[in-house]
Design a protein around this ligand. Structure first.
Ligand SMILES: *Cc1c(COP(=O)(O)O)cnc(C)c1O
Length: 399
C-alpha cells in the first residue's frame, strides 16, 4: 500500500491543473502570444480563434451557445457580475432579490452591498440536509423580485439543489435565475435549458484548470437579459467584461471542459465509490460521527462529517499529512462555526468539529484507507485525552 504524504483531500478548495490542460496552455504564453482584440494581423486572429474554441468547449459542456459565455476572473467575479449586474440593470422593474442562507460569500456579500443601496434581499432557509424548498422560493417571489440566486452544488456540504424545479418557477414568474455552479461544472450534468437558468457562475480551478479564470453564462434569449457590467473599458466579452482576455488561462479552461465532457460520467462513479468507502470506513471505526449534507443528493467527491466530543481545531491540526479542511473559519484564538452548518441546524459544537473531505481526479483507494485509519486514531486519542468520552447521550442527528 503505497501512499505518498501529504495527501491532498481538499478538491473543493482548488484542484491541480490536469497535465493535458497545461500542455494546451503552453503555446499561448510563447508562440501564440497575440491579443485577441487585434483585428489586423494573424497574431490576433490566432488568439481570438483559441478563445472562441474555449468558448465552444464550455458551451458544449452546459448546452449553451458560445456567445452566451462571458469570461471573467472566476466564480467570485461571475457571482458579483450576475447579482449586481442584474440589480443595477433592473432598478426600474424592482428591488427584491431571493437567495439562500448557504450561498458562497461572493453572492452573500454582493447581496449585502445591494442592501446598503436600498435593495431588499430574502435569505431562504434550508432543511437539515441543506436543500432549498422550491415552494419557499415561489412563496418568496413578489412583483418586485428581479433575481433568484441559488447555489447549484455546495462547496462545503456538497448538497445539490433542485435547480430544475426552481428554474421552472422563476421562468413561470418571469424572474431571472442565477446559480453559482463553481462546484457543479464537470461534476454533475448541467444543461442550461433543462434547469431554466439565466446565469451560471464558474471557476476553472475547481475543474482541473488554472486559477484566476472563470465564466458567467448569460442567456441571450427569452429575451436577452440586461446586465450592467462591473468593468468598463475596451468592451471585450461583448461589453460585459472589459479588459484583455487571459488567453492562456481561457485556453486551459476550455481544455478542462473538454476533458470533463469526456470523463465526467466515469469519474463521478469512481468518486462516489471512493466517497462511500471513506464514509463507511470512518463510520465503522469511529462512534458518534454525523453526516452533514444530503446522504445521496451530493457531489460525488464530497464528504462532510462532524465528530462529537472532539475539539475541531485540535482534530484538524492533528491531521497534518492529510490536507482536508473544516467549514469553520480559524481565527487566532478560536474557531467560528460555519454559517452553512449552522443554517442546517447543526449545533455549535458539532459545527466546529466538522471536516470536509474533498476527493478528486487523483484520489486513490489507498489514500482513502490511510485517511480513515489516521483519522480514527486521532479521534480516539483526542477523546481519550479530553476525558470527555464516553459521555454522549442526547444526539438525535445521525448518519
Ligand atoms: C470557489 C468558489 C467560488 C469562488 O471562486 P473563485 O475562483 O475564488 O472566484 C464561488 N463559489 C463557489 C461555490 C466556489 O466553490
Amino acid at each position: 500500500m503505497a501512499v505518498t504524504v501529504p495527501i491532498y483531500m481538499d478538491y473543493h478548495a482548488t484542484t491541480p491543473v490536469d497535465p493535458e490542460v497545461v500542455e494546451a496552455m503552453l503555446p499561448f504564453f510563447g508562440e501564440h502570444f497575440g491579443n485577441p482584440s487585434s483585428r489586423t494581423h494573424v497574431f490576433g486572429w490566432t488568439a481570438e480563434s483559441a478563445v472562441e474554441t474555449a468558448r465552444e468547449h464550455l458551451g458544449h459542456l452546459i448546452g449553451c451557445k458560445p456567445p452566451e459565455i462571458v469570461f471573467t476572473s472566476g466564480a467570485g467575479e461571475s457571482d458579483n457580475l450576475a447579482v449586481k449586474g442584474v440589480a443595477w440593470a433592473s432598478r426600474d422593474r424592482g428591488n427584491h432579490i431571493v437567495t439562500t442562507a448557504i450561498e458562497h460569500r461572493a453572492v452573500l456579500d454582493a447581496c449585502g452591498r445591494l442592501e446598503k443601496e436600498g435593495f431588499d434581499v430574502t435569505y431562504l432557509p434550508v432543511d437539515g440536509t441543506g436543500v432549498v424548498d422550491p415552494f419557499q422560493v415561489e412563496e418568496a417571489i413578489t412583483d418586485r423580485t428581479i433575481l433568484v440566486s441559488v447555489i447549484a452544488a455546495h462547496n462545503e456540504i456538497g448538497t445539490i439543489q433542485p435547480l430544475t424545479e426552481i428554474g421552472r418557477i422563476c421562468k413561470a414568474r418571469g424572474v431571472l435565475f442565477h446559480s453559482d455552479a463553481a462546484q457543479a461544472l464537470g461534476k454533475i450534468p448541467l444543461r442550461v435549458d433543462e434547469i431554466h437558468v439565466d446565469f451560471l457562475s464558474f471557476s476553472a480551478h475547481k475543474l482541473y484548470g488554472p486559477k484566476g479564470i472563470g465564466a458567467l453564462y448569460v442567456r441571450m434569449t427569452r429575451p436577452a437579459v440586461k446586465l450592467t457590467p462591473l468593468l468598463d473599458g475596451g468592451g471585450q466579452e461583448r461589453g460585459r467584461r472589459s479588459g484583455t482576455q487571459n488567453v492562456p488561462a481561457i485556453v486551459g479552461f476550455g481544455k478542462a471542459c473538454e476533458v470533463a465532457s469526456r470523463v465526467m460520467a466515469e469519474e463521478g462513479e469512481r468518486l462516489t465509490g471512493l466517497r462511500e468507502r471513506l464514509k463507511a470506513g470512518i463510520l465503522q471505526r469511529v462512534d458518534r460521527v454525523y453526516l452533514n449534507g444530503h446522504p445521496d443528493r451530493r457531489l460525488p467527491g464530497n464528504l462532510n462529517l462532524s465528530f462529537a466530543h472532539v475539539e475541531g481545531e485540535a482534530l484538524l491540526l492533528s491531521m497534518k499529512d492529510v490536507a482536508v479542511s473544516s467549514g469553520s473559519a480559524c481565527s487566532s484564538t478560536s474557531m467560528k462555526p460555519s454559517y452553512v452548518l449552522r443554517a442546517l441546524g447543526v449545533g455549535e459544537e458539532l459545527a466546529k468539529a466538522s471536516i470536509r473531505f474533498g476527493l478528486g481526479r487523483w484520489s486513490t483507494e489507498e489514500e482513502v484507507d490511510y485517511t480513515t485509519e489516521k483519522l480514527a486514531g486521532r479521534v480516539d486519542r483526542l477523546r481519550a485525552m479530553s476525558g470527555a468520552w464516553p459521555v454522549g447521550k442526547t444526539h438525535t442527528r445521525s448518519v
